[in-house]
Design a protein around this ligand. Sequence first.
Ligand code: GLA
Length: 414
Amino acid sequence: MSVSTLDKEMAAKLQELAKQAGMDISGAKIRRSSSRFCVGVEHGDYNGTELFGVGTDRFIWLAYKPNGSGKMRLFSGNFPDDGVVEFEIGNVPEPQSSEVADTWARFPYGVDYVLNREGYKLARGFDAVLYGNIPGGGMSRSASLALNLILTVLEVNGIEPEDQLKVVDLAQAVENDYIGSPCGQLDQIMILFAKEGMGTHYNPKDRSVKYVPLGKGGENLRIVVMDTGTVRPGLEKSTYKIRRSECDEFAALLNKTYSDISALADVKDEATYKRIIDEFSDSKPGHCERLAYIYSAQKRFYEMMDAWKAGDIEKVGGVFREDGVGLRDDYKISGPELESMCDIVRTVPGVLGERMLGGGDKGAAGALVMADAVNDVKAAVDNAYPRSRPDFADKYAVHVCGIVDGIKVLEGLC
Ligand code: GLA
């Protein structure tokens, strides 16, 4: 199905949902925000590495229409039991309070909280209905939602953000400060800047963003996301939080001896790396394993980038696979269902690489696959996954993803 057919179908669905919620969205615009697929370095963002990824065609569609008041009214078709979320601009529950912990409303509340805190003058509310098909865990559903809401609130209030990176910072603040999720900036960057057919390369040293097309010969590459059907709690409740603090702690410790190391990605030369491992492998074995992954994944990152530019997708897939082994064995951030998916697809001819995706523990795994192997991958998963993980036999899904623009505003559909 072409995206525009899907967009039309979604517009009809949003109108249906609006009716259900007793809202009128006729003439509304739709802001569509994508998901993302990180090619590298997974878990590199909060460790200071460069990043590379693409926007993928699983989306959140949000239809919005100013309502002439200072009130926000929102209804999510994914969480209908939460009803219509309604609040006066500037009047939301306290950050990280228990009353918001289990409702999707923490996102619009958090956006209102952060934008007000940052001094944006908000007075115009809107009615909105939204629906998404991004699986939870691995494809950045939360960042997509935070970005979508921020851009919509700013637009309705006639505010142009200073620059795009400011929007990234705001979206991260919604999650870090209001929701309490310790996420980095990978997701927000890879969605906000995503361009159809392009990879996005981000360098944290100067916060630059460059677009890199996949070189000639790469047309046969397909991105496959294998949703395990498991539900991952927020990052604040997962291994992610532990890994993050281990890495921060180790970087702070190293900084006492090596003043030029402020994040694990700063360990770049082999002599320094070896010295650190020698010194700490007995006293801090887990920390050394985390560093081992970041150190080698960072080295592979540059090889992967060269291969991407050259259209050498076998190499790109090979690096992706090696990263997966490092994430599983050294970084220890994968999970049993994610590894089942990887084990199932690894030996299918035409699968170039596979690994866990995103925050970890649960959610989705990913594979880089030759176009003509996609059906075999689906068949292998259908055959083996329900047997290996019967609890998720009717919940898993395989998504073949296109590389798309991150944010689009669609008019004339409602
Ligand atoms: C989650 C976080 C990101 C990033 C990835 C792992 O998606 O939100 O900031 O750390 O995990 O690469």
